[in-house]
Design a protein around this ligand. Structure first.
Ligand code: NAP
Ligand code: GLV
Length: 338
């Protein structure tokens, strides 16, 4: 069995050594133009030439969760596409989003500014009930984030393409399922407009549930895959529907957010701030206004990093399973786009 490795911006040697150690029977090599065709590929942002030459691949393993860049390329039609399925990412994402929400809710930036000025000043505690958090995308990462926020007793709303019932969650948690208040859903029938509440998270779905989801949320977290349906989803119309004083956390892809619309709504005061980890152009250009905006916190696409040893163990396990003819988790549906 041959495995080829072609990952842009990634030091190859530790990956090659790790894959060889995890799959001793395999011939693992770094791709170079003209290399012999392989059975499996481990990739991140490969050039089109890679797939043009590797026409016999059985499966392509993406060393990230998002496959938007990969799906822009022409892949061999028979090749299965497999994304990283958590591999240590969801806990990082939960840390990042909870940190951003709590920093905003507890006004830690304002306290920091006060203490820097030598001021011992109290702020009136804010009501948690006034900070409902809406998580767009209830997949591997979104579910973990939603559960983590619910553990801090924030009211949490979730939105996904398909409707979620308790048994649909990737990992059930011990958080008590909250009673659904009568004012939040009158119907007992489960439709896209009558949210369910697995794991204490009020779940909305589909285009029908989107406006209700936005209206019920003040902090908006984006954990959607980038697809034609979700590009520019955080635009003026949708962000205006958040509760007044809304806050945006984008940890998915930069193209989900219409940057000018965010700036307009920050200026008008409808939005109070944003924490952004991803941008339409990365690295964020030096002249970009986000760098110095007083209401925007930025990080350099680091909210959930690919962890090498966890990823190698997962990919090696899946290659072994595919060799045995068994199904694997984390399969991408190219027609769906994620
Ligand atoms: P995932 O498991 O594929 O989950 C995607 C979720 O989005 C699912 O709940 C899906 O609904 C929902 N969704 C997709 N299209 C939708 C639509 N049109 N309307 C409503 N909901 C829709 O993805 P994941 O592993 O959680 O990762 C999410 C994204 O995070 C990745 O695609 C990647 O871009 C980004 N990411 C960023 C970083 C970083 O460091 N910043 C790290 C890792 C990942 P269903 O449940 O109905 O399918
Ligand atoms: C990172 O952005 C990923 O998609 O894994």
């Amino acid at each position: 069995m041959n495995i080829t490795f072609c990952c842009t911006n990634t030091a190859p040697e530790p990956w090659l050594q790790g894959l060889r150690a995890a799959l001793p029977g395999a011939d693992v090599s770094l791709w170079e133009p003209g290399a012999v065709p392989a059975d499996y590929a481990v990739v991140w942002a490969p050039p089109q030439q890679f797939f043009d030459e590797q026409g016999q691949l059985k499966a392509v393993f993406n060393i990230g969760a998002g496959v938007d860049a990969l799906l822009k390329l022409r892949l061999p039609p028979q090749a299965l596409i497999v994304r990283l399925d958590d591999a240590g990412m969801s806990v990082q994402m939960a840390e990042y989003v909870c940190h951003a929400v709590i920093r905003h809710f507890r006004e830690f930036d304002a306290y920091e500014a006060d203490t820097r000025d030598g001021k011992w000043s109290f702020r009136k505690p804010q009501e948690r009930a006034d900070f409902p958090v809406g998580v767009m995308g209830l997949g591997v990462l979104g579910q973990r984030v939603a559960r983590a926020l619910a553990q801090f007793d924030f009211p949490v709303n979730g939105w996904s393409r398909s409707h979620k019932k308790p048994g649909d969650w990737v990992t059930e948690c011990s958080a008590q399922v909250k009673e659904e208040p009568a004012t939040r859903a009158g119907d007992t029938e489960q439709t896209a407009r009558s949210p369910s509440h697995p794991n204490g998270v009020m779940c909305f779905s589909g285009a029908e549930g989107f406006k209700d989801f936005l209206a019920a949320s003040r902090v908006l977290v984006c954990l959607l895959p980038l697809t034609p349906d979700t590009r520019d989803i955080m635009n003026h119309d949708h962000l205006s529907r958040l509760r007044s004083g809304g806050y945006v956390i984008n940890v998915a892809r930069g193209a989900h957010l219409v940057e000018e619309d965010l700036l307009t709504l920050l200026d008008s005061g409808h939005l109070s701030g944003a924490t952004l980890d991803v941008f339409r152009t990365e690295p964020l250009p030096a002249e970009h206004s986000f760098w110095k905006h007083p209401k925007i916190t930025i990080t350099p696409h680091t909210s959930a990093r690919t962890l090498r040893s966890e990823s190698i163990a997962q990919i090696a396990g899946k290659i072994a399973a595919l060799q045995r003819g068994e199904p694997v988790a984390g399969m991408v549906d190219p027609r769906r786009g994620y």
